[in-house]
Design a protein around this ligand. Structure first.
Ligand code: NAP
Ligand code: ZN
Length: 348
């Protein structure tokens, strides 16, 4: 069985350390990938600290995986050795339920198999993620990466990209839409780039003044502070859609007032502790408060192709895996411009 070098959390809230384990031999429908880059998502941090409950250890995080195919099973049709490919947050699903049938595997009614901190469909084998040298994945859950995309900057598209692309499409964002993005981190900066590429007017709502210039460079026309009264006066009932990527608890009631009648706020961030929502701001404008989870495989491919065509990729800081614990600390302070990506060569 292929032996793999990785970095893992051995217990909740402990620093990640080197870890060696074995991947399965590729089956007839599997693709083996030599991982080149893996993005660092705030979800990695929530999970290694067991903030969502139910975490299992040792845990190798990482679900923004890009690499080259190194081996294919006998029945594999879509990929050959040497192809540039990606893997996101899912590696399997039941493929029988209504959601899977509609290409919405992320909402699989039996529960999708997460790339890490999850169990394979046998209910026993733990999955392990992309802070590692190789991964073996069923071909249906592998994505093609266009040669037009730089591989390191493409890695974050596999989670931050699709997680923001999917609600922008679902809520039909296009020219004339007024979109606000709360939180300018990994997801937030992709939301700004993608909404701007779709033709929307984009406003960033941040917790500090530090990212203003960057926000304009990324495609936002306005930049406001969530802590200032002026924001709530000036943009009262203004936005068609708010994409909320904030990873910490926040009183959302006030922010809902910024949404137009019949508009929506979509929650992408999943903080450890929820905040109460009052019905008033929803009732008074027939506003919706919704959530959205990553995106299906078909839509992830569509997003990657859209990014290749529009020249959209992530702004990254490439790090060796040995800096991962420091990177988590910086992420907690909102000090990421705008995604850490691990250079997997540092694990070899
Ligand atoms: P990130 O890079 O750390 O960005 C989060 C941003 O939120 C920060 O840059 C900061 O932006 C803002 N923020 C953080 N703490 C804040 C606070 N106390 N008050 C106000 N603003 C604060 O994280 P990410 O990787 O983009 O992930 C964001 C969230 O989405 C996480 O909870 C993650 O688990 C979740 N997520 C969900 C899905 C899904 O499918 N729904 C997928 C991936 C990730 P400013 O500096 O601009 O204020
Ligand atoms: Zn993620």
């Amino acid at each position: 069985m292929p032996s793999v070098n990785s970095y893992a959390a051995y217990q909740a809230k402990e620093a990640l350390k080197p870890y060696q384990f074995e991947r399965r031999e590729p089956g007839p429908h599997d693709v083996m990938i030599d991982i080149l880059y893996c993005g660092v998502c705030h979800s990695d941090l929530h999970q290694v600290r067991d903030e969502w409950g139910g975490a299992t250890f040792p845990m190798v995080p990482g679900h923004e995986i890009v690499g080259k195919v190194s081996q294919v099973g006998s029945e594999v049709k879509k990929f050959k050795v040497g192809d540039s490919v990606g893997v996101g947050c899912m590696v399997d699903s039941c493929q029988e339920c209504a959601s899977c049938g509609e290409g919405l595997e992320q909402y699989c009614e039996k529960g999708f198999v997460g790339t890490y901190n999850s169990k394979e469909r046998d209910g026993k084998t733990s999955t392990q993620g992309g802070y590692s040298t190789k991964i073996v994945v069923k071909e249906d859950f592998v994505l093609k990466i266009s040669p037009r995309l730089p591989l390191d900057k493409a890695a974050p598209l596999l989670c931050a990209g699709i997680t923001t692309y999917s609600p922008l499409r679902h809520w039909k964002v296009g020219p004339g839409s007024k979109v606000a993005v709360m939180g300018l981190g990994g997801l937030g900066h992709m939301a700004v780039k993608l909404a701007a590429a779709m033709g929307a007017e984009v406003t960033v709502i941040s917790s500090s003044n530090k990212k203003k210039e960057d926000a304009h460079r990324l495609g936002a026309t306005q930049y406001v502070l969530g802590s200032e009264d002026e924001t709530f006066k000036k943009y009262n009932r203004y936005f068609d859609l708010i994409i909320n990527t904030v990873s910490a608890s926040l009183d959302l009631n006030r922010f809902l007032g910024l949404v137009k009648r019949d508009g929506a706020m979509v929650l992408l961030g999943i903080p450890e502790r929820p905040e109460p929502i009052h019905p008033f701001p929803l009732v008074m404008g027939r506003r919706s408060l919704a959530g959205s989870l990553i995106g299906g495989i078909k839509e992830t491919q569509e997003m990657l192709d859209f990014c290749a065509e529009k020249g959209v990729a992530s702004d990254i800081e490439l790090i060796p895996v040995q800096k991962i614990n420091e990177a988590y600390e910086r992420m907690l302070k909102g000090d990421v411009r705008y995604r850490f990506v691990i250079d997997i060569a540092s694990l070899k």
